[in-house]
Design a protein around this ligand. Structure first.
Ligand SMILES: [Fe+2]
Length: 187
């Protein structure tokens, strides 16, 4: 089901934001974070949410505007929010590139740019979970979902799926490691 898939993707995105935040804390105290992992997260965000998650949400949102304009208005300008996310991500990628290339950039600027991305994404996801998805579940008709499903590509997530890509091996290992740590803590 489409909303289930989008919600699952939100949980995956939150996992990645948590890892990015952890790496940022390492950077902030003057140590060297794992840049492989950071670059993996940036690549993932450039790829999957941009190409599949947001376009699918945009399809659902277009239907919501037809079925319940007031609910859609409450959600706001989704396309613009997604666009702003792309710009924030671009700033993150540039800042990390600058650090890796030893170009002059203030630590506090890197921190501000990455933190801004993490916090904005979290706020955006929270809004979608709270306002957008429930409104869509309420207002859309069965035929809307069928049409959205046929208009969207059923591309597998390159990080969180069976057909996962090699590019993300390092990042996936990190996610697995963190999950095992959390598991061990619970015991
Ligand atoms: Fe989303």
């Amino acid at each position: 089901m489409i909303i289930e898939r989008l919600s699952r993707e939100h949980r995956n995105i939150e996992t990645l934001l948590g890892i990015l935040e952890h790496e940022l804390e390492i950077f902030d105290r003057g140590d060297r974070p794992d840049y492989e992992v950071i670059r993996g997260i940036i690549s993932y965000f450039q790829l999957y949410p941009e190409l599949y998650h947001h376009p699918l949400e945009d399809l659902v949102f277009a239907r919501l505007r037809l079925r319940d304009p007031a609910a859609a208005a409450k959600v706001g300008n989704l396309a613009l929010e997604h666009q702003k996310g792309v710009e924030r991500l671009r700033r993150v990628a540039q800042a990390v590139d600058a650090v890796l290339a030893d170009r002059e950039i203030l630590r506090q600027d890197v921190d501000r740019i990455v933190r801004d991305f993490i916090e904005s994404e979290r706020r955006h996801i929270m809004m979608e979970d709270r306002d957008f998805f429930p409104a869509a579940l309420k207002a859309l008709q069965p035929q809307d979902w069928t049409e959205i499903a046929s208009a969207s590509t059923s591309q597998e997530d390159p990080l969180f799926s069976e057909a996962a890509e090699e590019t993300f091996d390092e990042l996936r290992a990190r996610i697995l490691g963190l999950e095992q740590e959390a598991e061990a803590d619970r015991r």
